[in-house]
Design a protein. Structure first.
Length: 425
């Protein structure tokens, strides 16, 4: 008992010494939970307004006498272009968008002496649209640059060596020839390297670097609208011409052995005995050698009347006769044709006045097989075919051909990607 009283007294003394009185309890002490601090209410986000897209148009609104070869260009700042139309009299001009649709520009020229309306729409990042409508006029032409002839014919099937020959109604200034070349777009199923060559001031010729691939379609689109040809001379309309490359016909004539080898799509189809020019010259200036080099077939005929050049009736060496199954290969009177006589010469010796004679059956077959533009390579004679004799364009090396070009080589457009539009011819 004494010890218990002592413990109580000590405990009481400790409590009193601290100046704090505690009430005894039988329950254990409970820890106090911290009270969370009160968070401020979230404030609503206020978005900044997105400015509208800004459009810039060249030529400026109201511009007059704009050069027909000027480029129409539209740019959008703070947005992307969604619609662009440049039109005159209901006819729209072809154009293309730049990267990210932030710009648009015309690809080809404008009509001379025409009024144009530009309508452009751009949207900012929120989809708000900005529309700009402007107007301008183009300078009038003093005279019109036109195409008067194109070879091959429309929808013609031609050989793998066929060039494209374009003749204009007026001479084209040298300073404008590059622009004219760029306007002449060639498209093909199989893209190929080629170049335009100025044969004269008014004729330009397209030749491929190597032969065309067989069995494909080719289209020429002359985007002449708005193309300059000289002072006051402008193109006013476009033109298209489509044709087909047929089977590959390649002929090799050897006048040393007097044999002709005819290949179709790379395989030897026929070997035909031939006889070429006898050679030598006469007092009238005639050269009786067959020209060597790469000729192109220029046309096939059932018959041709052949007359000795520069020799009058009654003079030595005069002839005037009908020759059958003829395929022309130059402008100097050379044909592959049926031999009118001297059949013993075929395959043995050269007896003609310069043509390549063949057997009747062989000449008939070739006349009805050949396309215009088939390559005929002749060897074994000292006389060389001039590049401008007929279609002797393959006589020029590629480097020499490029020297006659004002804009260098090009690769033909893949036909499915071509945007050639215009009047068909």
């Amino acid at each position: 008992m004494r010890n218990e009283r002592l413990l109580v007294a000590v405990a009481a003394g400790l409590v009193m010494a601290s100046g704090i009185a505690y009430a005894a309890t039988a329950r254990p002490a409970t820890a106090m939970r911290p009270v969370a601090a009160t968070q401020p209410a979230p404030q609503p986000t206020v978005s900044k307004p997105v400015p509208p897209a800004v459009l810039a148009v060249t030529p400026a609104d109201g511009a007059a006498k704009v050069a027909p070869d000027a480029q129409v260009r539209i740019t959008a700042s703070g947005g992307t272009l969604t619609q662009v139309t440049v039109a005159s009299g209901g006819t729209a001009v072809t154009g293309q968008f730049g990267p990210g649709s932030a710009s648009w520009s015309t690809r080809w020229g404008l009509k001379p002496g025409a009024s144009y309306t530009v309508t452009a729409v751009a949207k900012n990042s929120k989809g708000a649209a900005t529309t700009e409508v402007t107007h301008f006029t183009t300078k009038s032409a003093d005279s019109t640059l036109k195409i008067t002839d194109i070879t091959p014919n429309s929808h013609e099937t031609v050989g793998v060596g066929m060039p494209i020959m374009v003749t204009f109604n007026q001479d084209v200034d040298k300073s404008d020839r590059a622009a004219v070349q760029r306007a002449l777009e060639v498209a093909s199923d199989v893209p190929v390297t080629g170049a335009w060559f100025w044969a004269s001031d008014s004729e330009v010729i397209f030749r491929t670097r190597g032969y065309w691939s067989a069995r494909q379609h080719v289209m020429l689109t002359a985007h002449l609208t708005g193309v300059p040809g000289g002072p006051g001379l402008w193109g006013k309309s476009d033109l298209t011409r489509s044709f087909t490359i047929g089977d590959s016909h390649v002929v090799k004539v050897n006048l040393k052995t007097d044999q002709g080898y005819f290949y179709i799509n790379g395989s030897l189809a026929k070997t035909i005995p031939v006889s070429g020019g006898v050679g030598g010259y006469d007092s009238h200036g005639n050269d009786f050698y067959t020209t060597t080099g790469v000729h192109l077939t220029m046309g096939s005929f059932d018959s041709v009347v052949m007359t000795s050049p520069n020799i009058k009736p009654g003079e030595a060496g005069y002839y005037h006769e009908i020759v059958y199954h003829d395929v022309q290969i130059s402008d100097s009177g050379e044909y592959l044709h049926q031999s009118p006589g001297g059949l013993w010469c075929l395959g043995n010796t050269n007896c003609s006045h310069g043509c390549v004679r063949m057997t009747a059956a062989g000449a008939d077959w070739w006349q009805h097989t050949a396309y215009r533009g088939d390559p005929v390579t002749i060897t074994g004679s000292p006389r060389v075919l001039a590049w401008d004799n007929g279609w002797g364009y393959w006589q020029k090396s590629w480097s020499s051909w490029l020297k006659g070009s004002s804009a260098g080589s090009v690769t033909t457009t893949a036909l499915t990607a071509s945007a050639g539009l215009g009047a068909a011819a």
